[in-house]
Design a protein around this ligand. Structure first.
Ligand code: NAG
Ligand code: NAG
Ligand code: NAG
Length: 245
Protein backbone atom coordinates (compact mmCIF):
# COMPACT_ATOMS: atom_id res chain seq x y z
CA UNK A 1 0.00 0.00 0.00
CA UNK A 2 1.42 3.35 -0.99
CA UNK A 3 0.50 6.64 0.46
CA UNK A 4 0.39 9.58 -1.84
CA UNK A 5 0.19 13.22 -1.03
CA UNK A 6 0.10 14.58 -4.51
CA UNK A 7 0.83 18.24 -5.26
CA UNK A 8 -0.17 19.22 -1.74
CA UNK A 9 2.97 17.74 -0.25
CA UNK A 10 4.58 21.15 0.32
CA UNK A 11 1.27 22.45 1.57
CA UNK A 12 1.10 19.68 4.17
CA UNK A 13 4.33 20.78 5.73
CA UNK A 14 3.44 24.44 5.80
CA UNK A 15 -0.14 23.95 6.94
CA UNK A 16 -2.03 21.45 8.97
CA UNK A 17 -4.57 20.58 6.27
CA UNK A 18 -3.66 17.73 4.00
CA UNK A 19 -5.25 15.05 1.88
CA UNK A 20 -3.68 11.70 1.12
CA UNK A 21 -4.75 8.89 -1.19
CA UNK A 22 -3.85 5.32 -0.35
CA UNK A 23 -4.29 2.78 -3.09
CA UNK A 24 -4.16 -0.94 -3.76
CA UNK A 25 -2.22 -1.55 -5.94
CA UNK A 26 0.19 1.21 -4.96
CA UNK A 27 1.14 4.38 -6.76
CA UNK A 28 4.39 4.75 -8.67
CA UNK A 29 6.69 7.78 -8.62
CA UNK A 30 4.58 9.60 -11.23
CA UNK A 31 1.27 9.28 -9.41
CA UNK A 32 0.12 6.39 -11.62
CA UNK A 33 -1.45 3.13 -10.50
CA UNK A 34 -0.44 0.23 -12.68
CA UNK A 35 -3.29 -2.23 -13.16
CA UNK A 36 -4.83 -4.63 -15.66
CA UNK A 37 -8.22 -5.21 -17.27
CA UNK A 38 -10.75 -7.03 -15.03
CA UNK A 39 -8.82 -6.31 -11.84
CA UNK A 40 -9.81 -4.10 -8.92
CA UNK A 41 -8.34 -0.81 -7.77
CA UNK A 42 -9.20 0.41 -4.31
CA UNK A 43 -8.62 4.04 -3.33
CA UNK A 44 -8.91 5.55 0.12
CA UNK A 45 -8.75 9.29 0.66
CA UNK A 46 -8.06 10.77 4.09
CA UNK A 47 -7.82 14.24 5.43
CA UNK A 48 -5.44 14.68 8.32
CA UNK A 49 -7.83 16.69 10.41
CA UNK A 50 -8.56 15.50 13.91
CA UNK A 51 -11.63 13.32 14.52
CA UNK A 52 -13.64 16.20 15.94
CA UNK A 53 -13.63 18.25 12.76
CA UNK A 54 -13.78 15.58 10.12
CA UNK A 55 -13.67 17.38 6.81
CA UNK A 56 -16.10 16.46 4.06
CA UNK A 57 -14.40 14.91 1.03
CA UNK A 58 -15.34 14.79 -2.65
CA UNK A 59 -14.14 12.34 -5.33
CA UNK A 60 -13.89 13.22 -9.00
CA UNK A 61 -13.20 10.93 -11.94
CA UNK A 62 -11.75 12.95 -14.85
CA UNK A 63 -13.26 16.05 -13.31
CA UNK A 64 -16.78 14.61 -12.87
CA UNK A 65 -18.09 14.12 -9.35
CA UNK A 66 -18.38 10.53 -8.16
CA UNK A 67 -21.61 9.84 -6.24
CA UNK A 68 -20.77 8.87 -2.68
CA UNK A 69 -22.98 7.69 0.17
CA UNK A 70 -23.27 10.13 3.07
CA UNK A 71 -21.30 7.92 5.46
CA UNK A 72 -18.47 7.67 2.90
CA UNK A 73 -17.64 11.36 2.87
CA UNK A 74 -16.46 12.47 6.29
CA UNK A 75 -12.76 12.43 7.12
CA UNK A 76 -12.19 9.32 5.02
CA UNK A 77 -13.67 8.21 1.72
CA UNK A 78 -13.26 5.01 -0.23
CA UNK A 79 -13.85 4.35 -3.94
CA UNK A 80 -13.40 1.11 -5.74
CA UNK A 81 -12.87 0.59 -9.48
CA UNK A 82 -14.03 -2.91 -10.32
CA UNK A 83 -13.72 -4.44 -12.80
CA UNK A 84 -11.15 -2.20 -14.45
CA UNK A 85 -12.12 -1.57 -18.11
CA UNK A 86 -10.36 -0.12 -21.17
CA UNK A 87 -11.89 3.31 -20.54
CA UNK A 88 -10.23 3.49 -17.12
CA UNK A 89 -6.85 3.75 -18.79
CA UNK A 90 -5.58 7.27 -18.20
CA UNK A 91 -8.53 8.12 -15.93
CA UNK A 92 -7.60 10.51 -13.14
CA UNK A 93 -9.19 10.17 -9.70
CA UNK A 94 -9.04 13.26 -7.56
CA UNK A 95 -10.02 13.59 -3.94
CA UNK A 96 -10.53 17.07 -2.56
CA UNK A 97 -11.98 18.91 0.38
CA UNK A 98 -15.60 19.84 -0.21
CA UNK A 99 -14.94 23.15 1.53
CA UNK A 100 -11.75 24.05 -0.38
CA UNK A 101 -11.08 22.71 -3.86
CA UNK A 102 -7.44 23.74 -3.76
CA UNK A 103 -6.71 21.04 -1.19
CA UNK A 104 -6.66 17.89 -3.28
CA UNK A 105 -4.72 14.79 -4.30
CA UNK A 106 -4.89 12.82 -7.57
CA UNK A 107 -3.90 9.47 -8.99
CA UNK A 108 -4.07 8.24 -12.59
CA UNK A 109 -4.76 4.67 -13.70
CA UNK A 110 -2.43 2.99 -16.15
CA UNK A 111 -4.41 -0.02 -17.39
CA UNK A 112 -2.28 -2.45 -19.37
CA UNK A 113 -3.79 -4.95 -21.81
CA UNK A 114 -2.31 -7.17 -24.50
CA UNK A 115 -3.49 -7.29 -28.13
CA UNK A 116 -5.82 -10.21 -28.85
CA UNK A 117 -3.45 -12.29 -30.99
CA UNK A 118 -3.22 -16.05 -31.06
CA UNK A 119 -3.97 -19.13 -33.08
CA UNK A 120 -4.14 -19.78 -36.76
CA UNK A 121 -6.71 -19.13 -39.48
CA UNK A 122 -7.11 -20.59 -42.98
CA UNK A 123 -7.93 -17.98 -45.61
CA UNK A 124 -9.11 -18.84 -49.11
CA UNK A 125 -8.90 -16.07 -51.65
CA UNK A 126 -9.90 -16.30 -55.27
CA UNK A 127 -7.32 -15.61 -57.96
CA UNK A 128 -7.29 -11.87 -58.81
CA UNK A 129 -9.52 -11.00 -55.82
CA UNK A 130 -8.27 -8.72 -53.02
CA UNK A 131 -6.43 -10.36 -50.14
CA UNK A 132 -7.07 -8.68 -46.77
CA UNK A 133 -5.77 -9.83 -43.37
CA UNK A 134 -6.40 -8.13 -40.02
CA UNK A 135 -4.52 -8.38 -36.72
CA UNK A 136 -5.56 -6.83 -33.43
CA UNK A 137 -3.13 -4.13 -32.32
CA UNK A 138 -5.14 -2.53 -29.50
CA UNK A 139 -2.80 -2.66 -26.53
CA UNK A 140 -1.31 -0.72 -23.66
CA UNK A 141 1.59 -0.13 -23.75
CA UNK A 142 1.15 0.37 -27.53
CA UNK A 143 2.68 -2.27 -29.79
CA UNK A 144 4.03 -2.34 -33.33
CA UNK A 145 2.81 -5.15 -35.55
CA UNK A 146 5.15 -6.73 -38.06
CA UNK A 147 4.22 -9.19 -40.79
CA UNK A 148 6.10 -12.10 -42.29
CA UNK A 149 5.35 -14.40 -45.22
CA UNK A 150 6.83 -17.90 -45.08
CA UNK A 151 9.09 -16.70 -42.27
CA UNK A 152 10.64 -13.77 -44.15
CA UNK A 153 9.90 -10.08 -43.94
CA UNK A 154 7.18 -9.04 -46.41
CA UNK A 155 8.37 -7.79 -49.77
CA UNK A 156 5.92 -4.88 -49.87
CA UNK A 157 6.79 -3.77 -53.38
CA UNK A 158 7.32 -7.19 -54.96
CA UNK A 159 4.10 -8.60 -53.48
CA UNK A 160 2.05 -5.44 -54.05
CA UNK A 161 1.23 -5.36 -50.34
CA UNK A 162 -0.10 -2.44 -48.32
CA UNK A 163 0.14 -2.44 -44.52
CA UNK A 164 -1.83 0.10 -42.47
CA UNK A 165 -1.99 0.42 -38.71
CA UNK A 166 -4.54 2.66 -36.95
CA UNK A 167 -3.61 1.76 -33.38
CA UNK A 168 -6.57 -0.65 -33.12
CA UNK A 169 -5.61 -3.12 -35.80
CA UNK A 170 -3.03 -3.76 -38.47
CA UNK A 171 -4.35 -4.46 -41.97
CA UNK A 172 -2.37 -6.23 -44.66
CA UNK A 173 -3.80 -6.11 -48.16
CA UNK A 174 -2.95 -6.94 -51.76
CA UNK A 175 -5.22 -5.94 -54.65
CA UNK A 176 -5.09 -9.02 -56.87
CA UNK A 177 -4.20 -12.34 -55.34
CA UNK A 178 -1.79 -14.51 -57.30
CA UNK A 179 -0.77 -18.03 -56.35
CA UNK A 180 2.97 -17.49 -56.89
CA UNK A 181 3.17 -14.21 -55.00
CA UNK A 182 0.55 -14.47 -52.29
CA UNK A 183 0.02 -18.07 -51.25
CA UNK A 184 1.78 -19.09 -48.05
CA UNK A 185 1.94 -18.74 -44.28
CA UNK A 186 1.46 -15.18 -43.03
CA UNK A 187 2.21 -14.22 -39.45
CA UNK A 188 1.62 -10.98 -37.60
CA UNK A 189 3.74 -10.53 -34.49
CA UNK A 190 3.95 -8.00 -31.67
CA UNK A 191 6.47 -7.69 -28.88
CA UNK A 192 4.93 -6.07 -25.81
CA UNK A 193 7.25 -4.94 -23.03
CA UNK A 194 4.63 -6.21 -20.55
CA UNK A 195 3.10 -9.27 -22.24
CA UNK A 196 5.99 -10.46 -24.41
CA UNK A 197 5.75 -11.82 -27.93
CA UNK A 198 2.32 -12.71 -29.33
CA UNK A 199 1.43 -13.72 -32.86
CA UNK A 200 -1.30 -14.98 -35.14
CA UNK A 201 -0.96 -17.10 -38.30
CA UNK A 202 -2.91 -17.06 -41.55
CA UNK A 203 -2.57 -19.88 -44.05
CA UNK A 204 -3.53 -18.22 -47.32
CA UNK A 205 -4.62 -20.39 -50.24
CA UNK A 206 -5.28 -18.80 -53.64
CA UNK A 207 -8.08 -20.67 -55.41
CA UNK A 208 -9.14 -20.83 -59.06
CA UNK A 209 -11.29 -18.01 -60.28
CA UNK A 210 -14.87 -19.26 -60.24
CA UNK A 211 -16.86 -18.46 -63.39
CA UNK A 212 -19.69 -16.27 -62.27
CA UNK A 213 -22.97 -17.66 -63.63
CA UNK A 214 -24.40 -14.88 -65.87
CA UNK A 215 -27.88 -15.01 -64.34
CA UNK A 216 -29.39 -11.75 -65.66
CA UNK A 217 -28.67 -12.30 -69.40
CA UNK A 218 -30.07 -15.83 -69.08
CA UNK A 219 -33.29 -14.60 -67.47
CA UNK A 220 -33.66 -11.93 -70.17
CA UNK A 221 -33.08 -14.55 -72.87
CA UNK A 222 -35.66 -16.92 -71.41
CA UNK A 223 -38.24 -14.13 -71.17
CA UNK A 224 -37.71 -13.17 -74.85
CA UNK A 225 -38.07 -16.78 -76.00
CA UNK A 226 -41.29 -17.26 -73.99
CA UNK A 227 -42.86 -14.05 -75.23
CA UNK A 228 -42.03 -14.90 -78.85
CA UNK A 229 -43.63 -18.32 -78.43
CA UNK A 230 -46.67 -16.78 -76.77
CA UNK A 231 -47.19 -14.30 -79.61
CA UNK A 232 -46.73 -17.06 -82.18
CA UNK A 233 -49.41 -19.14 -80.49
CA UNK A 234 -51.74 -16.15 -80.12
CA UNK A 235 -51.49 -15.16 -83.83
CA UNK A 236 -51.95 -18.80 -84.81
CA UNK A 237 -54.98 -19.04 -82.49
CA UNK A 238 -56.59 -16.04 -84.19
CA UNK A 239 -56.19 -17.75 -87.59
CA UNK A 240 -57.60 -21.01 -86.25
CA UNK A 241 -60.56 -19.22 -84.67
CA UNK A 242 -61.19 -17.24 -87.87
CA UNK A 243 -61.21 -20.30 -90.07
CA UNK A 244 -63.63 -22.12 -87.84
CA UNK A 245 -66.29 -19.39 -88.09
C1 NAG B 1 -7.95 26.78 0.65
O1 NAG B 1 -6.75 26.14 1.00
C2 NAG B 1 -5.59 26.84 0.64
C3 NAG B 1 -4.42 25.99 1.00
O2 NAG B 1 -4.56 25.39 2.22
C4 NAG B 1 -5.56 28.16 1.39
O3 NAG B 1 -4.42 28.91 0.98
C5 NAG B 1 -6.82 28.94 1.03
O4 NAG B 1 -6.87 30.13 1.80
C6 NAG B 1 -8.03 28.12 1.31
N1 NAG B 1 -9.23 28.80 0.85
C7 NAG B 1 -10.32 28.93 1.58
C8 NAG B 1 -11.44 29.63 0.93
O5 NAG B 1 -10.39 28.48 2.70
C1 NAG C 1 1.91 2.26 -18.19
O1 NAG C 1 2.67 1.15 -17.74
C2 NAG C 1 3.47 0.55 -18.75
C3 NAG C 1 4.09 -0.68 -18.16
O2 NAG C 1 4.87 -0.38 -17.07
C4 NAG C 1 4.48 1.56 -19.25
O3 NAG C 1 5.26 0.98 -20.26
C5 NAG C 1 3.75 2.77 -19.81
O4 NAG C 1 4.66 3.76 -20.20
C6 NAG C 1 2.82 3.34 -18.74
N1 NAG C 1 2.01 4.37 -19.37
C7 NAG C 1 1.87 5.56 -18.86
C8 NAG C 1 1.00 6.49 -19.62
O5 NAG C 1 2.43 5.88 -17.84
C1 NAG D 1 5.39 -20.17 -49.20
O1 NAG D 1 5.64 -21.52 -48.94
C2 NAG D 1 4.73 -22.42 -49.57
C3 NAG D 1 5.00 -23.82 -49.08
O2 NAG D 1 6.37 -24.07 -49.09
C4 NAG D 1 4.89 -22.27 -51.07
O3 NAG D 1 3.96 -23.14 -51.72
C5 NAG D 1 4.58 -20.84 -51.45
O4 NAG D 1 4.78 -20.64 -52.84
C6 NAG D 1 5.47 -19.87 -50.69
N1 NAG D 1 4.99 -18.53 -50.95
C7 NAG D 1 5.77 -17.58 -51.47
C8 NAG D 1 5.10 -16.26 -51.72
O5 NAG D 1 6.92 -17.74 -51.69
Amino acid sequence: MASYCFAVLALCVAQTLCITIESVPGVDGEGAILTELESTVSLVCRSNRSEGERAELVWLRNGATVALRQENRKGQSRVCVTPVIHQDNGATFTCRLASNASVEASVTLNVTYPPDLSGSEDVWVEYESPLVLHCDAFANPPVTVWWTLNGSALDLFGGGFTVTDDGFSSRLSANKAEKSKHEGLYRCTVDSPVYGVKSKDFLVIVTEKTVKFPLMPIIAGVVVVCLTALFAILSRWEKIVKCCK
